[in-house]
Design a protein around this ligand. Structure first.
Ligand SMILES: Cc1cc2nc3c(=O)[nH]c(=O)nc-3n(C[C@H](O)[C@H](O)[C@H](O)COP(=O)(O)OP(=O)(O)OC[C@H]3O[C@@H](n4cnc5c(N)ncnc54)[C@H](O)[C@@H]3O)c2cc1C
Length: 434
C-alpha cells in the first residue's frame, strides 16, 4: 500500500474493468480494488451483455473464450394482467449469425472474473476482498487516493475512478451525487432456475447456442412502476422482477412475493416448469435517468457506470453504458497523464467524450421516460386488465355479433380509463421517447 499508482479504480464491475483494460494497454500503473472475494462474487444483473461495447475493449472476446451463455435471436415483450396476457416477439435471421446482433447472455460470476483476468493479463493489479471506505484528499481538497479496510490502510494514486456501482457512498462523498433516494432506484430480485439445455431449446424454439429475452410488463408489479424479465442461459433461465423502491415502501410490497406470483402466471409457468431454483439474488438499479447523472469529474477523480447513474430504463441497458463510460474515462486519463494534469479542468475531456457518445445522448433522449412511468400507473393496473378483457371477448365465439362486442369492449375501457386519459397517455408516451 506504500506504492504510488497512476490510477486507483474502485470496483471490478464492467465499468471498472473496462477502464483497467484500456489504462493497462496504455501503459498506466493501475490498481482495481474490489470488495468481493473475486470479481463478480457480489454482482447480479438480468443477463444481457452487448458485444459492441465489449469489442472496443477486447476485440477478440469470442476467441478469448468470453463465457457466453446464448446469443440472443429473439426479443419478446409480454403485457400481462393477473390471469392472461399478450405477447409480441421479434426474431431476425440476421441475429442467428453470431455477432451480428451482438447481444448475448452471461452470468456475472463467470463474466466479471473472465473480464478481470483480461485486465490482469494486460498488467492491471486486481485486489479483491478490499472495501474502499473513503477518499483521501490533500489540504486543497483534491482526491489523492483512497482509504481501505485493510490493515495496510491508505492507497495513493494520481487519480481515482469511482466505478463502485449504484449504491455508492463514495460518489455521495464527492458532493456531486446525493445518496440514492428511493424514487431514483428500483429494487430487483432474480432467481436462476436450472432447466436442461434441450428443454430450453424446445420451449423457446431455439437451437443450441441461441436464446430469447422476454421483458414483462403489466399487473405483475402490483400497480407499481416496474418490470420483470425472463432470459435464457445455456442450461438455466434468469427470471426477475423489480419495482421503484419508493413504490415498494409505500405499498409495503415484497419483491419475493411478486416473483413467486410471476412464476405462477399462465404465460410464465409453462416456460419454467420442473426447473430447479439454484440462486436467489437482489440488487438495486439506477432508474432516475438523465436528470440524476452527477457531475462526472472533479479534482483528482472521475465517476463511471452505475455509480454515475448511467442506466437506460427503456432499453434495459446498463452494462454497455458502464463499459463505455469506463473506456472513455480511461482514454481521458491517458491524456491527463501525458499532461500531468488531474484537475477537474484537466479531466473535462471525459465529460466531452460522454456528451458525444450514445451514452448521454440516449439518456438525454429518454429523460422524460422515468417520470412518464411514474405518472401513468394505469399501465400497471387498469390497462392490462381491460386489454385482456377486450381480447378475450373478441376471441370467444358465442353468437354475439362482433359490433356488439366491440361496443362492450369500448364501454369497459372507458369505465376504467377515460378517453382523455388515454389520449394523455399516448401523448406523454410519445413525448417521453421521441
Ligand atoms: C436486476 C437487474 C437486471 C439488469 N439487467 C441488465 C441487462 O440485462 N443488461 C444490462 O446491460 N444491464 C443490466 N442491468 C444493469 C447492469 O447490471 C449495471 O448497469 C452494470 O452492472 C453497472 O456496472 P458497474 O461496473 O457500473 O457497477 P457494478 O456492476 O455494480 O460493479 C460495481 C463493483 O464495485 C464493487 N464495490 C462497490 N463498492 C465498493 C467499495 N466500497 N470498495 C470496493 N469495491 C466496491 C462491487 O462489489 C462491484 O463489483 C441490470 C441490473 C439489475 C439490478
Amino acid at each position: 500500500m506504500d506504492e504510488m499508482f497512476d490510477v486507483a479504480i474502485v470496483g471490478a464491475g464492467p465499468a471498472g474493468i473496462a477502464a483497467a483494460c484500456v489504462l493497462a494497454d496504455g501503459g498506466a500503473k493501475v490498481v482495481v480494488l474490489e470488495r468481493g472475494e473475486y470479481p463478480g462474487a457480489k454482482n447480479m444483473f438480468g443477463g444481457v451483455l452487448y458485444g459492441h461495447d465489449l469489442k472496443q475493449i477486447i476485440p477478440d472476446y469470442v476467441q478469448k473464450n468470453c463465457p457466453i451463455e446464448r446469443n440472443i435471436v429473439e426479443s419478446r415483450i409480454f403485457y400481462l394482467s393477473e390471469d392472461a396476457g399478450m405477447s409480441f416477439a421479434y426474431r431476425d435471421q440476421v441475429f442467428f449469425e453470431q455477432n451480428r446482433n451482438n447481444a448475448f447472455t452471461v452470468g456475472r460470476a463467470k463474466f466479471d472474473r473472465w473480464f478481470a483476468d483480461r485486465a490482469a493479463a494486460k498488467g492491471a493489479l486486481i485486489v479483491c476482498s478490499t472495501v474502499v471506505t473513503d477518499l483521501l484528499r490533500d489540504d486543497a481538497g483534491r482526491v489523492i487516493g483512497v482509504k481501505t479496510d485493510r490493515a495496510e490502510g491508505d492507497l495513493r494514486a494520481k487519480v481515482v475512478l469511482l466505478a463502485d456501482g449504484v449504491n455508492s457512498p463514495l460518489a455521495a462523498k464527492t458532493g456531486f451525487r446525493s445518496e440514492v433516494g428511493p424514487a431514483n432506484v428500483a429494487l430487483a430480485v432474480k432467481e436462476l432456475i436450472e432447466i436442461p439445455e434441450e428443454v430450453i431449446g424446445e420451449r423457446f424454439g431455439v437451437s443450441q447456442g441461441n436464446g430469447v429475452t422476454t421483458e414483462i410488463l403489466g399487473t405483475v408489479t402490483l400497480g407499481m412502476n416496474g418490470v420483470a424479465f425472463l432470459y435464457t442461459n445455456r442450461n438455466s433461465v434468469s427470471i426477475g422482477i423489480g419495482a421503484n423502491l419508493a413504490g415498494l415502501a409505500r405499498q409495503k410490497a415484497s419483491p419475493y412475493e411478486m416473483l413467486e406470483s410471476l412464476k405462477s402466471h399462465p404465460m410464465i409457468a409453462p416456460l419454467i416448469k420442473d426447473g430447479k431454483p439454484k440462486e436467489y439474488l437482489a440488487h438495486w438499479l439506477p432508474e432516475g435517468g438523465y436528470h440524476t447523472v452527477p457531475q462526472l469529474c472533479g479534482d483528482g477523480f472521475l465517476i463511471a457506470g452505475d455509480s454515475a447513474m448511467l442506466f437506460n430504463t427503456l432499453h434495459r441497458e446498463g452494462s454497455n453504458l458502464a463499459m463505455t463510460s469506463g473506456r472513455l474515462a480511461a482514454e481521458t486519463l491517458l491524456e491527463a497523464m501525458a499532461k500531468n494534469d488531474f484537475s477537474s479542468l484537466g479531466l473535462q475531456g471525459y465529460v466531452n467524450r460522454m456528451q458525444e457518445s450514445y451514452v448521454l445522448k440516449d439518456l438525454k433522449k429518454y429523460r422524460k421516460f422515468p417520470s412518464f412511468l411514474e405518472t401513468h400507473k394505469e399501465l400497471f393496473t387498469s390497462l392490462p386488465r381491460v386489454q385482456s378483457a377486450a381480447v378475450r371477448q373478441m376471441l370467444i365465439v358465442n353468437g354475439v355479433p362482433k359490433k356488439a362486442k366491440q361496443r362492450e369492449a369500448w364501454k369497459a375501457i372507458r369505465r376504467q380509463v377515460s378517453p382523455l386519459r388515454l389520449l394523455r397517455l399516448v401523448w406523454d408516451a410519445w413525448r417521453s421517447v421521441r
